[in-house]
Design a binder for this molecule. Sequence first.
Ligand code: FAD
Ligand code: NAP
Length: 862
Amino acid sequence: MTNRDVDAVIVGAGFSGLYATHRLRNVQGLTVQCFEAAEGPGGVWYWNKYPGARCDFESIYYSYTFDEALQREWRWTERFAAQPEILAYLNHVADRFDLRRSFRFNTRVTSAVWNEETNRWTVRSDDGSVTTARFFINAAGAFSVFKKNDFPGQDDFHGTVLHTSQWPAEGVDLAGKRVAVIGTGSTGIQVIQTIAPQVGELTVFQRTPNFACPLGNRPLTDEDFAQAVADFSRNRQESRNSIAGAPYPRAVRSALMDTPEERRKVYDEFYNGGGFRMITSSYYDLIFNPVANATAADFIREQIRERVHDPKLAELLCPNDHPYGVKRATFEINYFEAFNLPHVHLVDARTTPIVRITEKGIATTDHEYEFDVIVLATGFDVGAGALARMGVIGRGGRKLTDHWAHGQRAYLGMATHGFPNLFHINGPQSAAALFNNPLAIEDSVDFVGNLIGYLDSHGHTTAEVTDLAEDRYNELVREVADATLFPTATTWYMGDNIPGKPRTPLSLFTGAPMYRAICAEVETTGYAGFSFDGENRPLSSLIKLDGSAVFFLAGLQNMGAKPLEDCTLEEARAAMESFKLMQLPVADDVSIVDARYPIDGGHRKVRLYRPPIEGPLPVVVFYHGGGWIGGSLDLYDEPCATLARRVGAVVVSPDYRLAPEHPFPAATDDTVAAVRWAADHITEFGGDPERIAVAGESAGANLAAVVALRLRDEGGPQLRAQVLITPPVDFLADTESRRQFAHGPIISMELAMRMASLYLGDPANAVSPHASPARAEDLSGLPPALVVTMEIDPTRDEAENYAQALATAGVPTVCRRIDRLCHTAFELSGAIPRAAEIHTAIAEFLTPLLSAQRAATEPALG
Ligand code: FAD
Ligand code: NAP
């Protein structure tokens, strides 16, 4: 066999390998050598020829988008095409783009070794050939290694044992036969519902029942197709911006916002709507809130009970050991009705596990069943099972299997440290498990293609993820998983289905839009986290961010929430208020009362929070955030109540006038007036007027800093302390953090500038120390300060500079940077558990300063 040297070796001729070949060879002009173990293209759709195999995203979405004409010309016949049609489609793609000539079919790659002298991969295959290449592209699939039979005795069996992914192309005649199916995942369900009417006897061995929902298949009419073609570009765009990569209605409500009757209507609609809609379109909190999830799980169980006549059987078919949607969603066509047929039986392989395959059939712990055919629908070594079997050796002779001894991991699902120029198409920890695969594949191939293009155009030889980036991404994937219910199930999503495989999330569970945003950020920051010829690029913002915050942001994207930058004033205010949904419940032992305080020309509301502690208590006057244009007392109920409990203080939260209706200095006048009112009236509420501190978050922190300045200069009352959480303190600041986090997360500089201009009214006000306290000539004599900053926040550096300036002016100052969190974390306690660290920092700082003893001995602090 001739040896070759090429730019890229590509392994696999499924959706991934075919598009990678087109992209790298036809579009980028690279030389490629591609390998495929099967005799032709198709990948999963070549191998899985079992009865009933079909896709579960609609075919008009479960297909390539890269070529406009291809999408318009290929006429799918069913809403969800069956395997033969998908295989024909992939063969058509191979022909249409002249891809076959680059493939060696019937050829298995057996080893791939990185040569550090030549910076090339040496790839061997079972036809004896040796190929060297600059790049090694793993397009070998996540479901291309079937799970080996767990049961002893297969060779004793007198009948036929078939794994679904090894189904003979010519088919198997099952008519009149006694057939066993082991497994009730996506595959088992498709096989069972399809063969049930054909076979003599069908016995299903079920270990875990699944929340199967109707697929909703039907022929695709000319009208359907014409509509799909007309809407292609809109649909494709919408798909990529949607949680699962298909343009389904977005879930924008919590299941707990609706009454049981309203929920039933929603579930009825999406259960019967077909495919993934039940999970993607009903309620956004199903995958992370167990109470919300239970409402959907109950609904599906009810459907099963209605559809299966025998109540005992129905109960066995009802999943009850895991939440809905956290094992891969399964879909069915009259699956449950199959169990109403007299010759279809169910064996509970959980209470009576399968022990072995015998001569006659299958022995469980309590019975031996006789069969002619045993169908194993027992799944796959999901993830990079195929690559892990390819004998891959990277830099320093390190085996890939050793690198993955504690679990498969890959940066963005595409690159592995120690394995330069090896790129996975949707490898482990990509988002593909929850992302319509052809689109996920195109995105991944395009990323890799662009990376190779970048490498070449910048004269680099190697690209490799840094160990820091791989570690951090792996941690992020785990943090995101921990924010969801996925880890609560036994599922291949976590690597659980293969005995001995380390438990690790094999996917980033954010949904497609966040994964795409992360990849886009890596790309636009010059491939953050990669090392080119040993020169390391630092991490990008989203990857550094705490996983719970990433998950929160992903939720906003999945809902289709408009970025605040694009909102009208009213929309922005409403969007800020909606953050309340992401807070922990307000502690019910904190008493809350509303009062009014006087301002120039009227009154405003003030809300007081008192913890269940004997008084008199110290007082914290807290100013809410919201960019001077939004935010409210209601939005800050939870942070204020928590603050009251943690500090043991009465928290006074005043409403203040907002811009643009009331520009600068209205808010600072109100916030000063609120402290004066508190000093005069707080005894009525159990507070001690001698022990007052001010605090605020974001714009509220700016106001707190200004209040401290003004009270110093305008005759008090005297403050014990000031707590500034992520304060913008200089409207004209030019800092590294403003540049680094110009696009967010949460708050971008564009948004900050718009809010600033609405607040300031006249831009000249920016230099006033009552707008930009950092511009005050003299900071001495101010009360002790705690400045809390978030690592990933444009306001970080100006706030830290302010803390430095306070300290230099002799103000006792503590500056606490909370790593990996972003702006507004303080008000997202339910979504970002580490928001509690901010309260801890405040309590540690304020408790001694506000203590009664200190009041007695040191009355004039600051
Ligand atoms: P594959 O299609 O698996 O292609 C990889 C190829 O690499 C295989 O042909 C294999 O033979 C080859 N290969 C592996 N190792 C070697 C080697 N050492 N040497 C040479 N060749 C090798 N996803 C969805 O989004 N929606 C669906 O509806 C859906 N339905 C599915 C149904 C089934 C039955 C299965 C198993 C998976 C389904 N998936 C679905 C997931 C599916 O894996 C992807 O949609 C997609 O087909 C994956 O394409 P791929 O090219 O990445 O991998
Ligand atoms: P799977 O989801 O892993 O299901 C395997 C089934 O076999 C499970 O029911 C499992 O039970 C059972 N099983 C495994 N080992 C067993 C044992 N020792 N004893 C008893 N039961 C055992 O595999 P799959 O159904 O092949 O699906 C894999 C993935 O491929 C899907 O999740 C999906 O992503 C894709 N797929 C999609 C479609 C589609 O509709 N488009 C079709 C097929 C496959 P436990 O749950 O108890 O482990």
